[in-house]
Design a protein around this ligand. Structure first.
Ligand code: CIR
Length: 258
C-alpha cells in the first residue's frame, strides 16, 4: 500500500468537549495543536501531500477524521459514525472526498466508524461493537467485497482503551498485526503473525504504516523495539492530548492511496 495524500483537520478550540472514556484528565488544546502539527510534519516526511481542512467547532471530535470514511485503492465509502454527536462529521467531510472519489455510503440504520476498519493488504477486518453496528458492518463488507476485497467481521467488546477495533490491532505489513492481548485470541486473527504489545503499552497497538515508516505513539519503548526487531522503521510521535480523548494515531488522518 502506497499513500500519496492524507486529509487532516486540526483540533477545534472546543476539542476537550468531545467524547472520552479515558480517565486521563482534560486535554490541553494548545499542546494538542502542537502534537497535531508534528503529526502533519511526520506524514509529509513520509512523502504525503496534505489536505488541511478547517477547524470544525460544531463537532468537537472532528479532528479524528479517520472515522468518517473508509478509503482503499478500490473503493471510497462515506461512513455513518456511530455516536450521535459525531453523525454530522460525515456530511462535513463529504465535499473534500467527493472532489476526489465516487463515494459509496453507509445508510441507516447502519453505523460505521472508520476506526473499526483495519485494512490488512487486500483483506479488511471490520470491528463490530458500539460504534460500528452489525448492519453497518455488513453494508461495508458488501461494498468492499464488490470492489475485490475479502473481509472478516470481528465482533468485540468495547472497553476503556478499546473504543475501536484499531485501538487494539493494526496491520503493519505482510501478515503482521500489532495486537493487544484482549484481541490476540480472537478467531478472526488465526493464521496472522501477531506482534503482541504488553498490557502496559496497549495504547501503542494503534500504530500506522505509512509508506516506509510505522508511526507509533511516543513513550512505548517495548513496542518500538518489537517493530524494529521485525524489520520496521518506527517513527514515534507524542500523542498525549489525543490519548486523553480516546484518540489513536490512525484516527488523525485519512490516508489516500496513490
Ligand atoms: C470518540 O470517542 O469518538 C473520539 N473522542 C475519539 C475517536 C478516535 N477515533 C479513532 O481512534 N479512530
Amino acid at each position: 500500500m502506497h499513500f500519496t495524500h492524507a486529509i487532516v483537520r486540526a483540533p477545534a478550540p472546543n476539542f476537550a468537549d468531545g467524547i472520552t472514556m479515558a480517565d486521563l484528565g482534560v486535554p490541553d488544546v494548545q499542546r494538542a495543536l502542537a502534537e497535531h502539527a508534528a503529526y502533519c510534519r511526520a506524514l509529509e516526511a513520509c512523502g504525503l501531500e496534505l489536505t488541511r481542512l478547517g477547524e470544525d467547532a460544531a463537532h468537537p471530535d472532528s479532528t479524528f477524521v479517520e472515522d468518517t470514511a473508509v478509503i482503499t485503492p478500490h473503493v471510497a465509502v462515506l461512513t455513518r459514525p456511530g455516536h450521535p454527536s459525531r453523525l454530522g462529521e460525515a456530511a462535513a467531510i463529504e465535499p473534500a472526498l467527493a472532489s476526489r472519489f465516487t463515494l459509496k455510503r453507509i445508510v441507516a440504520p447502519g453505523t460505521v466508524d472508520g476506526g473499526d476498519i483495519c485494512e490488512a493488504g487486500s483483506h479488511v477486518f471490520i470491528g463490530v461493537a458500539e460504534r460500528t453496528n452489525e448492519n453497518g458492518g455488513k453494508q461495508l463488507a458488501a461494498l468492499l467485497e464488490a470492489a475485490g476485497h475479502t473481509t472478516t467481521l470481528v465482533p468485540f467488546t468495547m472497553s476503556p482503551g478499546l473504543l475501536h477495533l484499531k485501538s487494539g490491532v493494526s496491520w503493519v505489513g505482510g501478515r503482521d498485526l500489532v495486537i493487544v492481548d484482549a484481541l490476540a485470541s480472537h478467531a478472526a486473527f488465526t493464521g496472522w503473525n501477531l506482534l503482541r504489545v504488553t498490557a502496559d503499552e496497549a495504547y501503542a497497538a494503534n500504530c500506522v504504516r505509512v509508506n516506509d515508516r510505522v508511526l507509533v505513539p511516543a513513550g512505548f519503548p517495548k513496542t518500538t523495539a518489537l517493530l524494529r526487531a521485525h524489520g520496521y522503521d518506527p517513527l514515534p510521535l507524542d500523542m498525549s492530548e489525543f490519548q486523553k480523548m480516546d484518540g489513536g494515531l490512525s484516527c488523525l488522518s485519512l490516508r489516500l492511496p496513490g
